[in-house]
Design a binder for this molecule. Structure first.
Ligand SMILES: [Cu+2]
Length: 436
């Protein structure tokens, strides 16, 4: 077992990855894999700049790792948790010590990066508090969104439409590797008939930390009769923007402040986009409320990528890049790729690394030649997309195009992949190695 190379950490956590019964709603449970028997896993919390040490004991029958989604791990590529790339996977019965700087601040999460283990519920929130928040709020609550999949995860073949557009001409017969159909939507591990209460006091402001931990589903979230003031995406702060709903893809995070001005109990609705899975529900529950739920109205103003304006200075990402790389996202039978998903026509692990050099300003131009959206995630860096600083961005289906810019300022071998777990598992990933 490797010993940490550093001094005393500011925060220490102990996790045990185990098989355990997961309770999802009034008496319903199934056998899942969890951290410390909890689903979502225990919250890991630190203040930005602190050193965090997490010791994991693997009590599973398979090897495992943990990825710290959102941490840039400056100089700590070996802590990134990608098996066979940044570390040897942790064997059953063994321990591993992760240690990293809590940077950047924000709403992040941690999860297994081995095979389909994420969809066995090996995940939890990782909250890094800002020293000087750019917004004011009184309380906060974290909502972990996920699919209810009480069976063992396995790759299935779908028509590639996410279940909602089965009639698309010419594509119905194509086979796309996909997730098994989920049986419902969970918020903090609870089905809608046993919703998570989010307590607020009239006149207060609550900061919601939204994490899409689902393996496959993109969700639209909105609250009856309340606006969401979006304040952060994937950690970094944005100029506050008021909307009625926002879409959040697998791996993405949003923070939104809600002003509690309408006493009562209101639904926080989490609707899967383009899927037949039923919506998830939590409750915004004012003190003094009788507990009777008023459905209320959810307006139509949906957050757009162009609404997001980073507070951070983005100068180093501007101007002409040193290197521009075009990446086509495709898969299924459409590109002749068979039962795999590809980046630039290649399926991982038999895919070339993407070569870049340290210090370069790199641009990826992604073009989606498939009908499914792809939430693309870059490890070890944030990137600029539009005017926002993110680490995961949805490339829309049906010829969607997204350009991201990043600076190669953190040498190591970094993973770049689709956060739809079943796309990643069937090839939609690349390694990006560069040395000092
Ligand atoms: Cu994908």
């Amino acid at each position: 077992m490797p010993e940490p190379q550093y001094g005393d950490p500011d925060r220490e956590y102990q996790l045990s990855a185990t098989e355990s019964d997961v309770m999802v709603a009034g008496g319903e449970s199934y056998n899942g894999w969890t951290y410390n028997g909890e689903y979502p896993g225990p919250e890991i919390r630190a203040v930005e700049g602190e050193r965090v040490r997490v010791t994991i004991e693997n009590d599973l029958p398979e090897e495992t790792t943990i990825h710290w989604h959102g941490m840039v791990l400056d100089g700590d590529n070996a802590m990134d948790g990608v098996p066979g790339v940044t570390q040897t996977a942790i064997e059953p019965g063994e321990e591993f010590v992760y240690e990293f700087d809590a940077e950047p601040a924000g709403t992040h999460w941690y999860h297994s990066h081995v095979g389909l283990q994420l969809d066995r519920e090996l995940l939890g929130p990782l909250i890094i508090e800002e020293r000087n928040p750019h917004i004011e709020y009184d309380t906060e609550a974290t909502l972990v969104l996920d699919e209810y999949l009480p069976t063992e995860p396995r790759v299935e073949t779908s028509s590639g439409t996410g279940g909602g557009m089965g009639g698309m001409g010419g594509m119905g017969g194509s086979g796309f590797p996909d997730a098994p159909p989920a049986e419902g939507t969970l918020i903090n591990g609870r089905l809608p008939d046993d919703p998570t209460p989010v307590d607020v006091e009239e006149g207060s402001r609550i900061r919601l930390r939204l994490i899409n931990a689902a393996a496959a589903a993109t969700y639209e979230i909105g609250i009856g009769d309340h606006e969401l003031v979006v304040t952060h995406t994937d950690g970094p702060a944005v100029e506050p923007v008021s909307v009625d709903t926002l879409e959040i893809g697998p791996g993405e995070r949003y923070d939104a402040v809600v002003e509690a001005r309408s006493p009562g109990t209101w639904p926080i609705r989490v609707r899967p986009v383009n899927k037949s899975t039923s919506a998830g529900r939590a409750l915004l529950d004012y003190d003094q409320s009788t507990g009777d739920v008023t459905e209320g109205e959810i307006g139509s103003r949906q957050l757009r990528l162009s609404d997001l304006h980073a507070i951070d200075d983005l100068d180093e990402y501007r101007g002409e890049p040193d290197r521009t790389i075009d990446l086509t996202l495709s898969g299924g039978m459409m590109g002749g790729d068979g039962d795999e998903w590809t980046i630039g026509g290649q399926a991982y692990p038999d895919a070339d690394p993407i070569s870049i050099e340290e210090g370069e300003h790199v641009r990826f131009r992604m073009a989606n030649r498939s009908p499914m959206r792809h939430p693309m995630h870059l490890h070890g860096h944030h990137f600029v997309v539009g005017d926002a600083l993110k680490d995961t961005v949805i490339v829309p289906g049906h010829m969607g195009e997204i350009t991201i810019d990043f600076v190669a300022d953190n040498p190591g071998t970094w993973f770049f992949h689709c956060h739809h777990l079943y796309h990643m598992e069937t090839g939609m990933a690349r390694e990006i190695p560069y040395e000092q």
